[in-house]
Design a protein around this ligand. Structure first.
Ligand code: SAH
Length: 231
């Protein structure tokens, strides 16, 4: 019996707590589960993607709290539950081609990249697109393409997609987007007034047409037309 050194298992427990499972990350997982996220692949991905790298340096300590945070250009990174919930609703498979409108920080795109085949994410602010692209490259998300553009008015040659996720509020879902969905495809978007509360809405394209379901209330920054003039 050695004295002076703590037993190995205590060392291991301490190492786990400080590196792999800091308390705030354990709470993060618990909160997602408690709020109803049950897809194991989604939960694992939420655990693996380092949200602290997608928020401003000043906000890193709070990166795993259940709240939206401000990012550059007056935009926001969504609260973790909403990211997990929207991802779960997409029922992603490894071969899926996914379109995201509203790259923002790139966090949602990083989550999608681990669960899908190819991700195209579109952002109207050059500064946000460039920052997100650099982050995603650093994290080896090589299946994500970040495009500067207007998700409300995409060139006709883009698509079709198995999944479309809109992370900015739309008063209605443009036909121009619905038309890019494959049969069997799922689109999810916050639909409602630009100011205030929107309803997360899911569309499924079937052989017979579009099935529409309203899910939960959310608050997103608005989807605005055109590429932003400011950086
Ligand atoms: N998914 C992001 C959060 C999105 S915030 C994340 O994980 O961080 C909404 C983003 O949509 C903002 O960055 C905003 O600039 C962008 N946006 C708004 N209208 C857009 C449009 N028409 N085309 C592309 N991006 C748009």
């Amino acid at each position: 019996m050695q004295y002076g050194n703590p037993p190995d298992e205590i060392n291991e427990a301490a190492a786990m707590t400080s590196h792999q499972h800091p308390p705030e990350k354990m709470m993060f997982q618990l909160t997602l589960r408690r709020r109803g996220i049950s897809d194991q692949a989604v939960l694992r991905t939420m655990e693996e993607v380092p949200r602290e790298l997608f928020v401003d340096e000043a906000d890193r300590d709070g990166a795993y709290r259940e709240s939206a945070l401000p990012i550059a250009c007056g935009q926001t990174i969504s609260q973790p539950f909403v990211v997990a919930y929207m991802t779960e609703q997409l029922q992603l498979q490894k071969q899926h081609r996914v379109l995201e409108i509203g790259t923002g920080s790139g966090y949602q795109a990083a989550v999608l990249s681990r669960l899908a085949g190819q991700v195209l994410t579109v952002e109207r602010y050059r500064k946000l697109a460039d920052t997100a692209r650099a982050r995603l490259e650093k994290l080896d998300c090589h299946n994500v393409e970040v495009m500067l553009g207007d998700g409300l008015n995409l060139p006709p040659n883009i698509g079709p997609f198995d999944r479309i996720i809109v992370t900015a509020a739309m008063e209605q879902i443009p036909e121009n987007l619905i038309g890019r969905l494959e049969v069997g495809g799922i689109l999810i978007a916050p639909v409602g007034p630009h100011q205030g509360v929107q309803t997360l809405t899911r569309l499924i394209r079937t052989e017979a047409g579009i099935e529409r379901k309203e899910l939960v209330e959310v608050r997103f920054v608005p989807a605005l037309p055109g590429v932003a003039r400011e950086l």
